[in-house]
Ligand binder design. Structure first.
Ligand SMILES: Cc1ncc(CN)c(N)n1
Length: 223
């Protein structure tokens, strides 16, 4: 008998074009084939540092909701706490990387796409938004980076040596497994969710993908 398709699988198939748009963006192609304009990379670096700082309270709120709204809360808390710990490392990494590239983090002003994305994440921290919705958002946010940067490390890629460490940060196997754990939590929640929560979660899935595309665009000179 064939295994039943999970909700995340259904959405990934149904919204394939947008998903590919977010995970195979020209910014990523530029890293992968070595044609990236380093000023675009530096813009991304500074903006992403601000994003990651704003991402922490979002993840904290997911953690709080996991404690209250999950019937496997020990597992969920462990996975989400692992994510928070990774964010702590990520922030230190951004600081180091910025000084390597001569990017002054204290002078970075968030661009429109970044502000809008952070505002959207903040809206998901409201207690009225049930756990299923932000856990789906969390899974997609992390997975877009995992799939994007892993693509830059595949056989045949010509990623410049000085950008390999960046790609390793999200493209590594451990990060992939962590994304799979988030996906399993999201699917488990979706299985028992109401139709209303499922449609809100699907809309959130799409919004995150759109925000991710806008985020990459911003590094290419968009706003
Ligand atoms: C915009 C964005 N999306 C996702 C990630 C992965 N934490 C990130 N650092 N920045």
């Amino acid at each position: 008998m064939e295994a039943k398709m999970t909700m995340t699988e259904t959405w990934l198939r149904k919204h394939r074009l947008l998903y590919v748009g977010a995970t195979r963006h020209p910014f990523i192609h530029g890293i992968r084939d070595g044609s990236i304009d380093i000023s675009a990379f530096k813009t991304w670096l500074g903006q992403d540092y601000l994003f990651v700082r704003a991402f922490v309270p979002f993840v904290e709120s997911v953690l709080t909701k996991a404690r209250k709204g999950s019937n496997d809360s020990d597992n969920d808390v462990e996975v989400i706490l692992g994510g928070l710990a990774a964010l702590n490392d990520e922030i230190s990494w951004f600081k180091n990387e910025a000084s390597k590239w001569g990017v002054q983090l204290s002078n970075i002003v968030p661009q429109k796409a970044n502000l809008e994305y952070c505002r959207f994440l903040e809206s998901l921290t409201s207690p009225e938004v049930e756990y299923t919705v932000p856990i789906v958002a969390f899974w997609v946010i992390e997975t877009v980076y995992q799939e994007s940067f892993a693509h830059c490390l595949e056989d045949g890629s010509e990623t410049p040596a000085e950008l390999k460490e960046t790609c390793q940060r999200w493209g590594n196997e451990g990060f992939r497994e962590y994304c799979n754990s988030l996906r399993k939590i999201a699917d488990r929640q979706l299985e028992k969710a109401t139709d209303d929560a499922i449609s809100k979660a699907e809309a959130t899935f799409l919004q995150v993908l759109e925000y991710e595309v806008d985020f990459w665009n911003m590094s290419h000179g968009g706003t």
